[in-house]
Ligand binder design. Structure first.
Ligand SMILES: [Zn+2]
Length: 149
């Protein structure tokens, strides 16, 4: 299942990271090699495993398991308020992705290795011309589903 989120058209941190649909949806823009079946994020034209130019663009599931994470206690130079959290997630396709993690009420105690996470979209920073810039983030699956654990 591919995570497709409704998107209001806000400015994306890097449009090459996303596939946006006419229906207002957004998903991660990955690639899959037709020769060796390796998945990539972000999309790249040449496979870094078999070096063939047989990589096809594909939306990624946006679902995976937490590998490692850190909580920063200082604001970032981009303007992220502390505390904030970032880490690595292994997506269902076998792609390891680096992302900010969004946890309800900054309760980072809910995180553990292997925790199931799902892609969401969120505010990243305001650029020099005052535009809000958005990016993908990952959040516990139960946050998306409205429950708690
Ligand atoms: Zn390949």
């Amino acid at each position: 299942m591919t995570t497709k989120l409704n998107w209001d058209g806000g400015k994306l941190v890097n449009p090459d990271f996303f596939l946006t649909g006419e229906d207002g949806s957004v998903s991660l823009r990955g690639g899959v090699c037709a020769t060796c079946n390796k998945y990539f994020f972000p999309y790249k034209e040449v496979c870094t495993v078999c070096f063939q130019k047989t990589v096809k663009e594909t939306p990624l599931s946006g679902r995976g398991k937490l590998v490692s994470w850190s909580v920063a206690s200082q604001p970032s130079i981009m303007g992220l308020e502390s505390p904030y959290c970032f880490g690595y997630i292994d997506l269902e396709e076998g792609v390891r992705i680096y992302s900010l993690l969004e946890v309800k009420d900054n309760n980072f105690e809910v995180l553990y290795k292997g925790k199931e996470l799902q892609m969401t979209m969120g505010f990243l920073y305001q650029n020099i011309t005052g535009e809000d810039i958005y990016t993908y983030k990952f959040t516990p699956v139960e946050t998306i589903n409205g429950g708690g654990d």
